[in-house]
Design a protein around this ligand. Sequence first.
Ligand code: SD4
Length: 328
Amino acid sequence: MKISRRKFIQTTSVISTGILTSNVFPEKLTNKIKYTANKEKPLVIATWYHGLPASEKAFEILSSGGTVLDAVEKGINVVENNPNVHSVGLGGYPDAEGNVTLDSCIMDSNGNSGAVAYLNDIKNPISVARLVKEKTPHVLLVGKGAQEFALKNGFKKENLLTPEVKRIWEKWKSTNKKMHDPVKNNHDTIGLLALDKNGNISGGVSTSGWAYKIPGRVGDSAIIGASLFVDNNVGAACSTGLGERAIETVGSFLIVEKMREGYSPLEACKFAIDRLKKYDDFNSFQVSYLALNKNGEYAAFSNKKNFKYAVVTTTFNKVLESDYLLKP
Ligand code: SD4
């Protein structure tokens, strides 16, 4: 019997260990404002608390004359390398069989992109995605091919399932064996958008995806247009949350196209969230977007509360909370 995604999500249960939280850097939530727009350059914005150290790194690179693409890659590497972030890179939650499989994509100011999906044992998928962009005629490499490509290009194979996460996965496997509820426990992808002082934009996304997913599952974070889109004449957008819905609505592309039509970043993010209303489980999943435009205006919007994002400019360095649609 084919089970619908809605049914699948509804029948999942949540482990109440409290371990699967996004509060990796809770002390960094310095301000709870709903929406901010400024016009500073350079500017870096990124998803969740771990977006702050990532954005700080990216900003440092931009401030010292580095390229906007370097800023994106190296910023995201900070999170990929942190074993305490259980949703990205090293220390990410595995699939149902205990394999950590990573999705990532990157897009530059010229509209060139690279991506990897279902990548095993390589902790920096954003760097591999960048090489796919730079060294191949392709956009997306998956699985074994992506890993072989990485190894040929000097990446090292390493076990990404840390002892801590292995224990958590083993407990899940022995006690539960159901997929995690993606709403409550699985929303910590790093998506980062950067604008340099000349107005050039690039972005990237990296994730270990939905914890305990069906082996072979690929989410939006490997899909250009869904989790990430950059148009240097207009702006950029990225997503976090239930990747299936971001893919189905091609959310990031939609946001950039609405900004092209003249929508502000906030209006454009709201438009993309609004598109999700057609799904009858709209109240249970979570999808959140970040967007910035060429002028340095930025916004975040989510269907649900609790979406945090980091902003770093020359005068501003904070984790903020986005506005959201589903008010009680
Ligand atoms: C995915 N969008 O694999 C990712 C998960 C996510 O924050 O964003 N987590 O569906």
